[in-house]
Design a protein around this ligand. Sequence first.
Ligand code: ADP
Ligand code: MG
Length: 263
Amino acid sequence: MVQPGEPLVELKNVSMTYGQGANAVKAVDNLTLTIKKGEFIAVVGPSGCGKSSMMKLISGLKPTSEGTLTIEGQPVKGPINKVGMAFQASNLLPWRTAVDNVLLPLEIVQPHRSRMSKEKAAYREKARALLESVGLGGFTDKFPWQLSGGMQQRTSICRALIHEPEILMLDEPFGALDAFTREELWCATRDIHQKRGVTAMLVTHDLREAVFLADTVYVMSDRPGKIVKVQHVDLPRPRDLEVTYTKPFQDLVHELRSHIGKH
Ligand code: ADP
Ligand code: MG
């Protein structure tokens, strides 16, 4: 069992190419990085540079073309259920209430799937508690169309967490939200990370978001995505939104900006 602060995910010289021959598209190139258990990393870079591809590699949805990728020291050979994912579009099923959307992965992922029928009430209670913990206590039985964009995204993050994954992957989850709602969701994400001790990987275009949430920010080049800058964020935790107005914060954002799109 990997302890907090020890290496959880390790990529060594990992490359990945879609397609073959004349249709080959190299998405990521020579990625080497270590994500520690409990760490929050952010990945930033231009559109199409391979950020989502990197997530698909780590979650085992795509195989590496070169290099080695391990989680807890074990090579990743296929989809792993240690991962929970949330995306820019919340992808909630419109005919299910918030709580039933959160329960969805448990109907698919073992060992929960076999237990679901016997322990439905307990699982439902857990989903409700999770929604309550992100401020949706009064909305558990609402349908997606009865929820605001921010509430839908909170629900989507709860769905990613319901099977207690080791790693939470967030692929531009707040991109479609207005600025104020986005900042509220930053705080909700910060609290989830802090309370649950989950390891988190956030893909974002928003450098302020990356610096606010992450311990380490990786800047990727244009496709094929290479890591061109590793920035540690040593701002003390817990961070509140006030920190975004301070000079150390803004200096970090500025520094990251200087590495985007130069390569
Ligand atoms: P990002 O998330 O940084 O915007 P992606 O990882 O989605 O980038 O894509 C990286 C590159 O790989 C892009 O050029 C994209 O067109 C290509 N790509 C992504 N998915 C596929 C696929 N299934 N087949 C072929 N090429 C793909
Ligand atoms: Mg993407």
